[in-house]
Design a protein around this ligand. Structure first.
Ligand code: ADP
Ligand code: MG
Length: 229
């Protein structure tokens, strides 16, 4: 369980308060633009520290841990694939940061590429992949990184609806359903409704406690109603 215990985050004049639990499964973070969704994820990932409160993983305070030492992996919208590396190398970075993969590790990379539908495409550069294939490559690296917390900040926002749904389905089946704590920022409430177990609504400087998805949509708060329209 990931816990934000009475946390305050500050960016310039902006303040965000968060007191909430993120359980295993898929939680969608939704709310108006500029509300603080990216700020929330970035603090969990360790790119910034709370000015107040604690972020805990299974009871352990993460304060002071740099992003690489946290139990967290984060996917951004550009999927942070290196353009000069092949798909297999990009994915292999999760196993060997200096890219000296053993024969066994190379086989593991091939297996994970196959499992996300990229069989035989390991030698391509990212520029030679479709948008959906790039998303799959990023997902493959996340699978190999094997961290219990996975954060996606509008990672698939550039894809059309059909591909986005396919990717979110893969994230749910391969990451969230396997016991990971997956937190997905989306600007599409319908995606949240379809794929998420829980919702964190972020608005007006507050990240509200996680609510079960059906309850959030059945009985939205006044602010949530204003956002959902
Ligand atoms: P969201 O992801 O929900 O659109 P963000 O977390 O990116 O929102 O931003 C929340 C608020 O923080 C924004 O309204 C903006 O005013 C402020 N903000 C974001 N980045 C910075 C920054 N680098 N410096 C100062 N203020 C920032
Ligand atoms: Mg954002």
């Amino acid at each position: 369980m990931l816990t934000l215990d009475d946390v305050t985050l500050v960016r310039g004049d902006f303040r965000l308060r968060a007191s909430l639990d993120l359980p295993p499964g898929l939680t969608a973070v939704i709310g108006p633009s500029g509300g603080g969704k990216s700020t929330l994820l970035s603090a969990i990932a360790g790119f910034e520290e709370p000015v107040k409160g604690r972020i805990l993983w299974d009871g352990r305070d993460l304060r002071g841990l740099v992003p690489g030492d946290r139990p967290v992996t984060m996917l951004f919208q550009d999927h942070n694939l290196f353009p000069h590396l092949t798909v297999a190398q990009n994915v292999g970075l999760a196993l060997a940061p200096r890219l000296r993969l053993t024969v066994r590790q190379q086989a593991v990379v091939e297996d994970v590429l196959t499992s996300v539908g990229l069989e035989g495409l390991g030698d391509r550069k990212p520029a030679a992949l479709s948008g959906g294939q790039v998303g799959r490559a990023a997902l493959a690296r996340t699978l190999l990184a094997d961290r219990p917390v996975v954060l996606l900040d509008e990672a698939f926002a550039a894809l059309g609806p059909a591909l986005r749904h396919e990717m979110l389905g893969l994230v749910r089946d391969r990451l969230a359903s396997q016991g990971r704590t997956v937190v997905v920022v989306t600007h599409d409430p319908q995606d949240a409704r379809t794929f998420a177990d829980g919702i964190v609504f972020v608005d007006d400087g507050v990240a509200h406690p996680t609510q079960a998805t059906d309850i959030f949509f059945a009985t939205p708060s006044q602010a949530a109603r204003a956002y959902l329209g």
